[in-house]
Design a protein around this ligand. Structure first.
Ligand SMILES: NC(=O)C1=CN([C@@H]2O[C@H](COP(=O)(O)OP(=O)(O)OC[C@H]3O[C@@H](n4cnc5c(N)ncnc54)[C@H](OP(=O)(O)O)[C@@H]3O)[C@@H](O)[C@H]2O)C=CC1
Ligand SMILES: N[C@@H](CC=O)C(=O)O
Ligand code: NA
Length: 438
């Protein structure tokens, strides 16, 4: 069964999506059933980093969302319009939709999801929050059996990059912002990022999923990082804190509140002092992380790349694949299983023997404290092609010296052969520990 994709947008994320779809080898076999049918852009003449059959490209995006052959419309043009109208038109034409557009979803989720439910189609949004980090699907599925209490995220890469550099270098906001723009992290108009609006869109989406109700974006408190100064960061550091732009969604009443108590949420974005040992405090640079707390799961944290061509495309294609799996099992005989839930492997993997592992090693040897021992040990390692990063004698007691060795990356088999040979040295009395080093 083949599934046809109508792709709207062939920019950063669109190109990453095409790259995955055009190279399904070594990915899930279901990707072989997914084909690109049309790709909609604004300009046909623009040079593109990825080759595409010219007859796939069109500037007529309406024709894609109404094309009877298209099964799934993937909206990657961004902005509010025409993205919103195209999504609604696709739904009206019974297309499933995948979108990375947090701005549209945070503002128009009511009309989009109502229309999708009425039309019997899926709208999938994994790429809209925290890019490549799977967070939408875990909230919808694996974590949804928990009573969730709080979702806290660093979900804007640009501001995290700016705050990290201000922290490391004692630099001022405006200087780092200029660098972030030059590096392509922040947009030419960085308002949505630095004023917290992008994070507000994203936390509104996460809050709705975590707490089972729609969130009105205008009620999300939003404060950006423009007023955070180098001296605030320095004082916070002295007090044992780092400053991060946190997006938080939290149930405001306890699980055991009296029946009838009104359920209330806090949904807010603002710079926050975080204790240095908090799990989110070490999330730096453009990385994102989302910490989810609930009962009985406790704390779970998702960390990774929150934006970028490849990571965001990973989320887009996983949504396409989820829809394809659902359609495939629905269309098949009643006994057919959903290919994303069933075991599809029938062969055994070939496992690399440990002797072929290439890693660094730490070894501690006890030897007689006599001249030439370290040289002999070094030569023995060398004879077995084991290159040493360091070798030191760290202690000597009861006539025995303790020698600690750290190797470069070496083949484990060679390292073991060298140790076996050394065990026969008259001077070496024992090799009490060997550990692998990352
Ligand atoms: N970039 C990222 O890291 C992330 C992006 N996202 C979201 O993904 C979406 C896409 O972002 P990104 O790939 O960066 O955007 P780009 O600006 O790189 O690409 C946009 C694409 O859409 C096309 N396009 C835009 N407007 C129109 C229009 N009116 N008619 C026809 N084609 C149009 C452009 O055509 P042309 O090429 O001809 O100009 C271009 O191919 C956005 O919603 C964004 O918020 C989400 C997470 C991370
Ligand atoms: N501008 C966003 C990109 C993805 O959503 C960010 O900086 O995180
Ligand atoms: Na995601």
């Amino acid at each position: 069964m083949a599934f046809k994709i109508g792709l709207l947008g062939f920019g950063t994320v669109g190109s990453g999506t095409v790259q995955i779809l055009q190279n399904p080898t070594l990915r899930h076999p279901l990707l072989h059933d997914i084909t690109l049918h049309r790709v909609g852009v604004r300009s046909l003449d623009k040079p593109r980093p990825i080759e595409l059959a010219p007859d796939l490209l069109t500037t007529d995006l309406e024709a894609i969302v109404t094309d009877p052959e298209v099964d799934v419309v993937v909206e990657l043009i961004g902005g509010l319009e025409p993205a919103r109208s195209l999504i609604l038109k696709a739904i009206a034409h019974k297309k499933h939709v995948v979108t990375a557009n947090k701005a549209v979803i945070a503002r128009y989720s009511d009309e989009i999801f109502d229309a999708a439910n009425a039309a019997g189609v899926y709208v999938m949004i994994e790429a809209a929050v925290a890019g490549g980090i799977p967070v939408i699907q875990p909230l919808r599925q694996a974590l949804s059996v928990n009573r969730l209490h709080r979702v806290t995220g660093i979900i804007n890469g640009t501001t995290n990059y700016i705050l990290t550099r201000m922290q490391r270098e004692g630099a001022d906001f405006t200087d780092v912002l200029a660098d972030a723009q030059a590096l392509g992290y922040a947009e030419a108009d960085p308002t949505a990022d630095v004023d917290g609006l992008d994070a507000a869109d994203k936390i509104a989406i996460l809050a709705a999923l975590a707490f089972g109700g729609r969130v009105n974006l205008t009620e999300v408190y939003c404060e950006g990082i423009r007023n955070v100064t180098a001296s605030d960061i320095a004082y916070a550091e002295d007090l044992g804190f780092v400053i991060k732009l946190l997006a938080t969604a939290q149930r405001d009443i306890p699980d055991d509140a009296a029946p009838g108590t009104t359920d209330r949420l806090q949904v807010r974005v603002h710079p926050t002092l975080l204790p240095k040992d908090h799990p989110l405090a070490s999330v730096n640079d453009v990385f994102n992380a989302v910490l989810i707390e609930g009962d009985p799961i406790g704390q779970v944290m998702f960390f990774g790349p929150g934006a970028g061509m490849g990571p965001t495309a990973s989320a887009v294609v996983s949504d396409i694949q989820t829809i394809a799996a659902a359609l495939k099992s629905a269309a098949a005989a009643p006994t057919s299983l959903n290919p994303l839930m069933a075991c599809i492997h029938e062969h055994y993997c070939t496992i690399t023997p440990m002797e072929d592992l290439v890693t660094r090693f730490y070894a501690r040897l006890l030897s007689k404290d006599q001249p030439g021992v370290i040289g002999k040990i070094g030569t023995c390692f060398g004879n077995h092609d084991v290159s040493l990063e360091s070798i030191v004698q760290i202690d000597s007691h009861q006539d025995l010296a303790e020698i600690v060795v750290v190797t470069h990356n070496v083949r484990e088999g060679n390292f073991r052969q060298a140790l076996d040979e050394m065990r026969h040295f008259e001077a070496v009395s024992e090799i009490p520990s060997t550990l692998r080093v990352l």
